[in-house]
Write a protein that binds this ligand. Structure first.
Ligand code: TRP
Length: 333
């Protein structure tokens, strides 16, 4: 793996990931791990930029860790770890703060959205969230950063920070590129196909959680909002509900949407929705049971977390030293 490019991505442990997160991100984490050095972080430090219940955050960090691990990234090529276990993130974030402009951070749309949503808690952490994200990425010499469309602006900022820093000190950082999935990047809500499926949706009918049991998955698919008519046809503008279910079905079965409409020609929505539920459960069931095995053995999970954090820290350490030296810190003896 010496020559392989490095991939970095982060996932917040604020809620259980959905089938949308799986099809849009996690399945891609696994695919990339076959021939890249992959660093995947459960970003609990980002999570506390909005208030979290401590017990819930701890539980979620373990659940999300177990779920990502259960998806099966290639262990020899992957460091999957909890962000706060590697203090280098906080150290690099502090340094990068001094190379990030107030104006740049003020323009971040996620900051503006979250400030509006949490008007009573517009804290400095929320403001510098994108700098911590830049630190995550730059700390591992990552070339490729798989993200959703909503994170593109943060990735652009990470690139700007890296380029600015390199402009002053020479080639210290690898300048990363984003990778946005084509299909699967936008799995929509089952309850409202005009919105993205959201793991934090207050209405659980809108999403399939990766920990939902079979009955729940089937029920949610049965009740998914569809469109008028009865034809299973891919038309995201005219038939957003059906098209979304077709995307889920296609990705879960490895078929394309043309094959899906042929398969259900003349059958109506009922049979199709049953099949979507079956297909979704077919993909999620083995992951769910592997994850349950891991969370059911806390000692083993702790060991895996510690080992992986050690591997991540071993990559981050030399990069941080490069940066410390560049800015003029004395070496740590
Ligand atoms: N901000 C990202 C999100 O909310 C999570 C994240 C944190 C991330 N650090 C990252 C994603 C680094 C990619 C790379 O989805």
């Amino acid at each position: 793996m010496e020559q392989a490019k490095t991939v970095f991505s982060g996932i917040q442990p604020t809620a259980v990931p959905t089938i949308g997160n799986y099809l849009g991100a996690l399945s891609n984490y696994v695919a990339l791990s076959k021939n890249h050095r992959c660093v995947y972080s459960i970003v609990d430090m980002h999570a506390i930029t909005v208030r979290q219940d401590p017990e819930t955050l701890r539980r979620r960090a373990r659940e999300v860790f177990a779920l990502v691990m259960a998806c099966g990234p290639e262990p020899a090529n992957t460091a999957l770890y909890v962000q706060s276990h590697v203090p280098a993130h906080a150290e690099l974030c502090w340094i990068l703060n001094n190379f990030t402009m107030f104006g740049e951070l003020s323009r971040m749309t996620q900051f503006k959205d979250k400030s509006a949503k949490h008007a009573d808690n517009i804290n400095a952490g929320l403001f510098i969230y994108p700098v911590l994200q830049a630190a995550d990425i730059l700390l591992y010499d990552a070339h490729i950063v798989p993200i959703g469309e909503d994170q593109k602006q943060h990735l652009e900022l990470a690139r700007d920070i890296a380029i600015r820093f390199n402009g002053i000190y020479g080639d210290v950082f690898v300048v990363p590129e984003h990778l946005i999935p084509k299909l699967g990047g936008r799995i929509m809500s089952l309850a409202d196909p005009s919105h993205k499926m959201d793991k934090s949706d207050p209405n659980p009918a809108g999403y399939i959680s990766m920990l939902d049991d079979r009955d729940t998955i089937i029920k949610k698919c049965r009740r998914a909002v569809t469109d008028s008519g009865s034809e299973v046809r891919y038309d995201p503008a005219g038939k957003p509900g059906v098209s979304n279910l077709m995307t889920i079905y296609a990705l879960c079965t490895g078929k394309d949407t043309d094959a899906v409409s042929r398969e259900f020609a003349g059958q109506g929505y009922g049979a199709f929705k049953e099949a979507v539920g079956e297909a979704a459960d077919g993909v999620l069931a083995p992951i769910r049971s592997k994850a349950a095995e891991l969370t059911g053995d806390p000692a083993r999970l702790d060991t895996l977390m510690a080992e992986n954090a050690g591997r991540a820290a071993a990559i981050a350490g030399p990069v941080l030293n490069r940066v410390r030296e560049a800015v003029g810190f004395l070496p740590r003896k």
